[in-house]
Design a protein around this ligand. Sequence first.
Ligand code: ATR
Length: 276
Amino acid sequence: MTKSMASYAVFGNPVEHSKSPDIHHQFAEQTQQTMRYQKQLVAVDGFEMAAQKFFDQGGSGLNITVPFKLDAYHFAAQLTERATTAGAVNTLIKKDDIIIGDNTDGCGLLRDIRDNLQWPLAQQNILILGAGGAVQGILAPLLAAKPQSITIANRTLKKAQTLVEQFQPLADTVSLSCLDYAALDGQYTLIINGTSASLAGQLPAVNSLIYHQAYCYDMMYSQGATAFLQQANEYGAQATADGLGMLVEQAAESFYQWRKLRPTTESVIASIRDAM
Ligand code: ATR
């Protein structure tokens, strides 16, 4: 590794199909940064050793994807507030020889929904499907956007209840609660699918009424519409979007944290979509 060229990478397993190198190469070109960005397949039990080696060899920053976001959380010497709240780290930043853990996922989702799609958030009734790590990462920024209410629904209700308890102190005027899938009706204006069910082409077992005139966002993305978005379109959604914009926006925020330059994302989202 040459000293003059800053080096970044994404660690994951699997990582073969990661779009992060393509996204960051486009950001670097756009902002005229000379930097390297590679993907690295890391053994499931080998995160700490691989990350230590990367930084010992002069690496400047990492993106972390499945299944290492918790390993990265424990690896970081310091955590940003949003990483602490998310309970996971997707970005490591080397600053003055200290490794800082950050989480840019929630910020990425907010930028996509609010700035790119321009969907309303304030005073809206938001339904979130799922209560795993992905949902924990988006709750704080969603609460900060001051919707009227956030309802979390999950197959395992206990996990939704735990999130409600954990995030209640940040809710302020927002009504934060949870429900069984079976109890959902059509009162939501924005529905975010944060389950990993789409990955297997599956859907949470919800009443199709919920989609009517709602804005529907799937945190997952695929070449065609995900199962969730197909369903949403079929049952009269107001508008639909998948998580490709969130992917590019979380990358842009990581890039900003590393390089202190904010790339524009519109052309990058379009080019990644075209390449799919
Ligand atoms: P992630 O980090 O992607 O959030 P996770 O923490 O394992 O992964 O959470 C996966 C989420 O998808 C959970 O909310 C899970 O529901 P359970 O908590 O009941 O397991 C949800 N999920 C996964 N497959 C699902 C399916 N086929 N139907 C409904 N929910 C599903």
